[in-house]
Ligand binder design. Structure first.
Ligand SMILES: [Fe+2]
Length: 356
């Protein structure tokens, strides 16, 4: 696909205009104490841009990390997003605190608000997940809320985006953990208590929106098993695939039911993950877009999908769909698509008749 051009994919209509410049936000770095990390407003032209960084794998003092620093700085310079979401594996070595400050400090230098959903590796270098989050929260422009919500793990957050009529888009961040404490379970996933937490927010937003689900996206590191299911169902109606696939899906072998909760609520348009450095594809499963970020890191870890880069999301006030593309470190744009996934909760269409 030629750089910069837009694409139409089956089940996904329309294209969006390419946008090369965007005013940067200038939030200082406050946070709300209510559980909502931040309520953002659309820009005056109705736009809002999110840059997804993922798998930077920085090791402080290691020359190989320079490539990640350069890439993150370049992505921010080119895209000038309103918000950065890092979907984890921020670091890949000790000293953890210095590594975190070095890479995330680049976002702060650009004065752009950012949130992190931790990866499996982030808690492997001397700090627990909560300690890692505590460090991150001291970096200017970070908007993550404290870990202590009475639920599993650390980086679970709700970010809202409001237009003139109030909240019209929600971004959920989940901490998908490291490895699951079950023999043979492999990678961790989003646990039942985190799903309940999401469910309560989701239902509240829907109730406040007159019973209509609010368009939402979920960001976390380890893809759920539905990424794997979707690949196995390749070729079925509604299956969509765009982008690069260079490795298998590294999901948990267990399914905690997150996707089912999302479908029942009917609000999640896309699940956006990292974790696999050689994948950056977009596919559709049961009306939900399953999206990989683009590897943003360096050679402290495997990465065959070159060059590095980042994924961009563009939202427009009042518009259900959204645009996403990959911005490459070379400066080119790849696989730009306008996604307008169905929002219906399919299960409701097949309700059982009431029992007598
Ligand atoms: Fe990684």
């Amino acid at each position: 696909m030629a750089a910069g051009s837009a694409m139409v994919i089956p089940g996904v209509s329309a294209t969006a205009k390419m946008k090369d410049s965007h005013p940067a936000s200038s939030y200082p770095s406050p946070r709300k104490g209510s559980g909502i990390a931040r309520d953002f407003k659309y820009n005056s032209d109705g736009s809002f841009k999110v840059l997804q960084l993922t798998d930077t794998h920085v090791v402080f003092g290691d020359q190989r990390s320079e490539r990640a620093y350069e890439n993150v700085d370049k992505m921010l310079q080119i895209e000038k997003p309103d918000l950065v979401i890092h979907t984890g594996d921020v670091i890949f070595g000790r000293p953890a605190e210095e590594s975190l400050r070095k890479i995330l400090g680049i976002i702060a230098d650009h004065k752009i608000p950012f949130a992190v959903a931790l990866g499996n590796h982030d808690s492997e270098f001397g700090l627990t997940r909560t300690e890692v989050l505590d460090v991150i929260r001291t970096i200017p422009y970070n908007i993550n809320t404290p870990a202590d919500k009475g639920i599993s793990k650390a980086t679970n957050d709700v970010i809202t985006l409001s237009g003139q009529g109030g909240v019209d888009r929600v971004l959920y961040l989940f901490d998908s953990g490291r490895s699951i404490e079950v023999d043979g379970g492999g990678y961790d996933n989003v646990h039942a208590d985190q799903i309940e937490w999401y469910d309560s927010y989701s239902k509240e937003f829907t109730a406040k929106n007159g019973g209509k689900p609010v368009h939402s996206l979920a960001f976390f590191h380890i893809p759920p098993a539905e990424f794997d299911y979707s690949l196995r169902l390749a070729g079925n109606d509604g299956w969509t695939f765009i982008g690069h696939m260079g490795e298998h899906i590294g999901c948990s072998k267990l399914n905690s039911g997150l996707f089912q909760a999302m479908k029942l609520n009917g609000d999640i348009q896309a699940i956006v993950c990292g974790h696999e450095h050689n994948n950056d594809f977009v596919m559709q499963y049961m009306g939900v877009m399953l999206i990989y970020g683009r590897f943003s890191g360096c050679d402290t870890v495997y990465n065959d999908l070159k060059p590095n880069g980042a994924r961009v999301f563009e939202f427009t006030s009042g518009q259900r769909g959204f645009t996403t593309c990959v911005r490459l470190n070379s400066g080119e744009i790849e696989n730009k698509v306008f996604l307008d996934p169905p929002m219906s909760a399919n299960f409701r269409a097949h309700k059982e008749p009431k029992e007598k």
